[in-house]
Design a protein around this ligand. Structure first.
Ligand code: SF4
Ligand SMILES: [Zn+2]
Length: 140
């Protein structure tokens, strides 16, 4: 049988964020679980193990890092901060971004940086249109 461990502060905060933001059974006005008609079991939880089934199956998977951390035994998973937004995620291979949106943004930043470096090199990065060189216009 799995021995539970105390949830870290960030994990409790993550669970609260998921319940209040995503659980379809949570009533924020009354601050209760509608089917249970009492306070949400997950919000009072201090230990891993025996999660609310609806939460475990439908809500927790929205945060794969938290899911892995609170559902698996052993040390916390090896996460990596996203190179764009900084959010921790579980990398696959050399993956550097947490989502396709961050990947697009990361690629945009990299190409901007490449262009900036290219322009910084003397004689590079400008198009030569073959126009005569501008002269000092004073008096001519
Ligand atoms: S007990 Fe479960 S279903 Fe009810 S509000 Fe909390 S997480 Fe949602
Ligand atoms: Zn990101």
């Amino acid at each position: 049988m799995t021995v539970g461990r105390e949830l870290a502060r960030d994990e409790r905060k993550g669970i609260r964020r998921l319940v209040t933001g995503w659980c379809a059974n949570y009533d924020s006005g009354e601050d209760i679980c509608l089917p249970l008609d009492c306070s949400c079991y997950m919000l009072g939880k201090g230990w891993t193990g025996s999660f609310c089934r609806y939460f475990r199956e439908n809500v927790l998977p929205l945060d794969p890092v938290l899911e892995k951390a609170v559902c698996e035994e052993g040390p916390p998973p090896d996460t990596k901060p996203c190179a764009v937004c900084g959010k921790p995620f579980l990398p696959e291979g050399r993956q550097a971004y947490c989502s396709p949106a961050c990947k697009d943004e990361g690629n945009r930043r990299r190409s901007r940086e490449r262009m900036r470096k290219k322009r910084a090199k003397p004689g590079q990065g400008r198009y030569d249109l073959g126009l005569p060189k501008a002269r000092d216009s004073k008096g001519s």
